[in-house]
Design a protein around this ligand. Structure first.
Ligand SMILES: *Cc1c(COP(=O)(O)O)cnc(C)c1O
Length: 485
């Protein structure tokens, strides 16, 4: 055989010159530290110019480019056009700001490149360490199990599937839900996040079987309406099985009466799940914790370290009280996942026994760094500061006749508007202008048909001056817009 083939000791993908890599790496670290330190001097957001967008439609690169050149390209074409959620003036949606310790941990995690689906290696012990901390955070028992997932959308879905197994038995994994002749019904408030509905669709239960219960004046689930809906379903022969409490609704930050929901779930034999994506980590603040009473009694909690926990994206988490049913829902005996008592195939159970992912990144490391470097108390204090800033914004709105509040302040989200003859149009324009001028980035939501400017205070970098700038920006642009009409 003389045919030319790939050389057996050919090139690797490692750099030819490690010292050159070291120089490039130091430049990147220096630049990123400067970037983080000087975030406030940048516009919060700028639209990606068309020429830049165009430039991302090039053909597949078949030949090498120097790392330094690719990095220059990153600083020119990518870095300036982020969505801005790391910036102190970002108040749109529910997005965390990240933190420097987490940034560096991401580099370390990529260096060792762990696959956290299973096997016997220390990265899984780091993840188990975080699970232990989440049990402490939420006063859960030692038998509770948990894993990292992308975000609460998937965490809610996992909780629903585990609850389905609890209701129908492990046998339902094989037989499917069609083998069950009762309709399974679930309950959440109308203010619940849309991913709860999606979870019902994905789980094959259908979104029609999700009862969206009306909310009270404080945007919390109406408990009487909930009881009525459960009774009506039982009368129809359905089988109520899953109740979702919101620990911070996405629109206004309302916290359902979790203790009352827990009591209803217990009395009715329902799985009590909490969507804590936005608010659950507020229990790290001693002042805020009492408002989440009942969270410790949940069957499962879905939440995000990447929101108020300030861990860089993504770092969602699902915590399940009954570790046995959690494992029984996902564990699968296949030959390539065979467990041993020694060697790399030891250390069972593995994360892949608790969720649908097999290949998984080392999300635990950036979370471990964030919690270790700052300490849970300091993260709790940053969360309390967000709520104090929301109170401050609310007070400024109430003191300003040109502005009005549109929803009660539940936690950290302030919904308000500039008073005008055609308020929906004017306030939509104000928000777009604030964003496009790079001044401030609130978002919008609709409350009882009224378009609201929605400021979600969640970023640890946001300070009083950012609230002052938001209010003065709304007032000056509001005046501009209404005068043009
Ligand atoms: C953000 C959010 C979600 C979705 O979480 P992801 O991490 O984005 O998947 C679900 N529920 C609430 C209340 C949220 O704020």
């Amino acid at each position: 055989m003389t045919k030319e083939g790939p050389a057996l000791n050919g090139p690797t993908l490692d750099p030819a010159d490690w010292n050159e890599l070291r120089r490039d790496a130091h430049r990147m670290i220096d630049d990123m530290v400067d970037y983080m330190a000087q975030l406030r001097d940048q516009p919060v957001w700028q639209s990606t110019p068309e020429v830049i967008r165009e430039s991302f439609r090039e053909d597949l690169p078949t030949q090498p480019t120097a790392l330094a050149t690719v990095y220059d390209d990153f600083t020119d074409r990518i870095l300036p056009y982020s969505s801005g959620n790391a910036h102190p003036a970002f108040m749109g949606y529910v997005q965390g700001g990240g933190n420097a310790a987490g940034m560096l941990a991401e580099m370390l995690a990529s260096t060792i490149n762990s696959n956290c689906g299973g096997r016997d290696h220390v990265a899984l012990d780091v993840e188990r360490q975080i699970t232990h901390w989440t049990r402490q955070i939420f006063d859960f028992p030692a038998t509770a199990t948990g894993i990292f997932v992308t975000g609460t959308s998937i965490a809610n879905f996992i909780a629903l599937v585990v609850a389905r197994t609890a209701a129908l038995g492990v046998e339902s994994r094989r037989a499917g839900i069609a083998a069950n002749n009762q309709k399974l019904t679930a309950y959440a408030s109308r203010a619940a996040h849309g991913c709860v509905q999606q979870a019902m669709e994905l789980a094959g239960l259908g979104s029609d079987a999700l009862r969206l219960i009306p909310t009270d004046a404080d945007h919390r689930i109406d408990l009487d309406a909930l009881r009525v809906a459960i009774a009506a379903d039982r009368k129809e022969g359905a089988r109520p099985f899953f109740l979702v409490g919101s620990a911070g609704t996405v629109d206004v930050g309302a916290i359902d009466d979790l203790a009352a929901l827990s009591a209803i779930a217990k009395a009715e034999g329902l799985w009590f799940h909490i969507d804590g994506a936005l608010g659950a980590l507020a229990v790290l603040s001693p002042e805020l914790k009492p408002r989440f009473k009942g969270i410790e009694a949940a069957d499962s909690i879905a939440f995000d370290f990447h929101k108020w926990g300030q861990v860089p994206y993504d770092a969602g988490f699902i915590l399940v009280r009954d570790g046995d049913v959690h494992r029984a829902t996902f564990a699968a005996p296949t030959s390539y996942l065979k467990r041993e008592t020694r060697g790399l195939a030891g250390g069972s159970p593995w994360p892949c026994d608790f969720g649908p992912d097999l290949s998984r990144s080392f999300r635990a490391l950036k979370t471990w760094f964030t919690l270790k470097v700052h300490g849970a108390d300091r993260i709790g204090a940053a969360i309390a500061k967000s709520c104090a800033l929301a109170e401050y914004l609310k007070a400024k709105i109430e003191a300003e006749p040109r502005l009005e509040l549109l929803a009660p302040l539940g936690l950290n989200i302030v919904c308000f508007r500039y008073r005008a003859a055609d308020p929906n149009e004017v306030n939509g324009t104000i928000v777009a202008e604030l964003q496009e001028r790079g001044m401030s980035a609130p978002s919008t939501t609709t409350i009882n048909g009224a378009l609201a400017i929605r400021a979600c205070l969640i970023n640890h970098r946001t300070q009083q001056q950012d609230i002052d700038a938001l209010v003065s920006g709304v007032l000056s642009i509001g005046a501009e817009v209404t005068q043009q009409r």
